[in-house]
Ligand binder design. Structure first.
Ligand SMILES: Cc1cc2nc3c(=O)[nH]c(=O)nc-3n(C[C@H](O)[C@H](O)[C@H](O)COP(=O)(O)OP(=O)(O)OC[C@H]3O[C@@H](n4cnc5c(N)ncnc54)[C@H](O)[C@@H]3O)c2cc1C
Length: 373
């Protein structure tokens, strides 16, 4: 069987690795537009729950990644100059480039043929085409997948910084133009991700729509001066963008199937894009493990198993993204503890009982303040 995997991101590489290991005689080619050492952005974050799933499904990958990750046992909310820690909400992070290099190495060892530096405009002929080509997927175009996209209105930009942060933190700050939030965490001993977000009106009032990269960075450095402590922000093709909530009514068309961000986007506030890309890859490989070379049967099994899980998470991620769309109002309504509690219950999946079991120290403060009543 000849498999063409389009896109050497986390989804395409992991599927190729697992499928090649399972059936070494299959010819698996990965087509990637970038060179091996190029990537956008900085670090990606995984919840402890996501890592537990990875450990179950791909133990050697989990062990290799765990050794390269920065980890911490809590999340922090900073608002009105006060920090609130949410115990039990642990995360780990890794540089995206480290992650991709590690996966590339495993793929090459397994015999996957990765072809870098080639942009494709249409999928090549193959027995199976795996569209792992991200948000702007070429495979998705004109193939009957029926994509649906809703654009969120907030603006965000993804920077890095050499400032080291204790843990995954959301820092809310205000100035004369409006409200800002930074999502930041260290992903290596030397570097942290620093994602800045604001509503569209604030973005315009601040003049960020008219600023180039250097002025935009300087502006954000002023907004978060206390948090950056003199460390500059670093760009890597860092552009202000709006987040697309994307999903497809059909997951496969003919012999082509979508996985990862090509299939659907999950808002970065639930930190799950890479995890979902991995889980799609694992589920697709499993489906082929059962169906062998029967492509239609494997694609049907993949969708049957994955769709219910993905739809549940998609609903939670969408609820989380709508919370961010209203974050200036919430900043005005709540103090730091109230905002942290509102944030933790934003997706509708976290009851006070569940939160008490997960974050007893945090919930002790919430209960004492009468916020959970
Ligand atoms: C601002 C921001 C912050 C994020 N933060 C996190 C986070 O903290 N944690 C997390 O888990 N996820 C995060 N994500 C999401 C995460 O980056 C993606 O969900 C994840 O990378 C999806 O993996 P993928 O393999 O599906 O797609 P991608 O990683 O996008 O890979 C697709 C690949 O296909 C290649 N490609 C595309 N088109 C072509 C073409 N025509 N020809 C050849 N090659 C092509 C691209 O170059 C790319 O290498 C974030 C995303 C954004 C935008």
């Amino acid at each position: 069987m000849h498999i063409a995997v389009l896109g050497a991101g986390p989804a395409g590489l992991l599927f190729s690795l697992l499928a090649k290991r399972r059936t070494p005689r299959w010819r698996i080619e990965v087509h990637e537009q970038n060179p091996p050492d190029a990537t956008f952005g900085f670090g990606v974050v995984f919840s402890q729950g996501a890592l537990a799933l990875l450990e179950r499904d791909a133990p050697d990958l989990h062990a290799g990644l765990a050794a390269r990750m920065e980890s911490w046992p809590m999340q922090r909310i900073v608002h009105r100059g006060q920090a609130v820690d949410i115990d039990g909400n642990g995360f780990s992070a890794i540089g995206r480039l480290d992650l991709l290099r590690f996966l590339q190495g495993l793929c090459l060892e397994a015999g996957v043929d990765i072809r870098f530096d080639r942009r494709f405009e249409a999928p090549p002929a193959a027995d199976l085409v795996v569209g792992a080509d991200g948000l702007n997927s070429v495979v998705r175009q004109g193939k009957g997948f029926e994509p649906q996209i809703e654009w969120l209105t907030n603006k965000f930009v993804w920077y890095g910084t050499a400032q080291r942060f204790d843990c995954l933190t959301l820092t809310f700050r205000e100035n004369e133009h409006g409200a800002f939030v930074a999502h930041h965490y260290r992903y290596s001993p030397q570097m942290s991700t620093f994602l800045v977000e604001c509503d569209a009106a604030t973005w315009q009032r601040a003049g960020l729509d008219r600023m180039g990269d250097a002025r935009s960075r300087a502006y954000c450095e002023r907004v978060f001066a206390q948090d950056l402590d003199g460390h500059p922000l670093v760009s890597n093709k860092s552009l202000w963008r709006q987040f697309p909530l994307l999903h497809n009514r059909r997951w496969s068309a003919g012999n082509a199937v979508l996985i990862g961000d090509a299939l659907r986007s999950m808002h970065f506030s639930i930190g799950s894009g890479t995890r979902l890309a991995f889980e799609d890859a694992i589920a697709l490989d499993r489906a082929f493990g059962e169906a062998g070379e029967n492509v239609p049967a494997a694609l049907a099994a993949f969708e049957r198993e994955r769709r219910p899980v993905v739809e549940k998470l998609y609903a939670a991620a969408s609820a989380s993204s709508y919370w961010y769309e209203e974050f200036p109002d919430r900043m005005a309504r709540f103090d730091a503890l109230g905002l942290a509690y509102d944030y933790m219950t934003r997706s509708g999946r976290m009851s006070p009982e569940r939160l008490r079991a997960m974050a007893p120290r945090f919930m002790k403060q919430v209960d004492a303040a009468g916020l959970s009543a």
